[in-house]
Design a protein around this ligand. Structure first.
Ligand SMILES: [Zn+2]
Length: 78
C-alpha cells in the first residue's frame, strides 16, 4: 500500500491521499508558500491555474501531482 500523500508545503493530508487531490489542495489554497513551492519546481503557478481554468480535464493537476509524488519519495532530512 502506498502512503497517503501529504502536502509538501503545509503537511496537510489530501482527502483521498492521492497526489491529484493534493495538487487540487495547493491550487485551492494558493497562498504565498504554496505558490512558492510550485515555482521552485520550475513551474508557473499562474500558467497552471489558467490552463486548468481554460482547458477541460485535470491536466494542470496531473502535472503538479507528478512533482508532488516526486517530492514525496525524496528521503526527508530529519
Ligand atoms: Zn498545503
Amino acid at each position: 500500500m502506498s502512503e497517503p500523500v501529504k502536502c509538501p508545503v503545509c503537511g496537510k493530508k489530501a482527502k483521498t491521499g492521492s497526489a491529484i487531490d493534493c495538487a487540487r489542495h495547493m491550487f485551492g489554497i494558493g497562498d504565498k508558500p504554496h505558490r512558492a513551492w510550485v515555482e521552485a519546481q520550475g513551474l508557473s503557478f499562474i500558467d497552471l491555474l489558467i490552463e486548468q481554468a481554460t482547458t477541460p480535464g485535470n491536466k494542470s493537476y496531473v502535472t503538479l501531482a507528478e512533482f508532488i509524488e516526486k517530492a514525496q519519495r525524496k528521503p526527508r532530512w530529519t
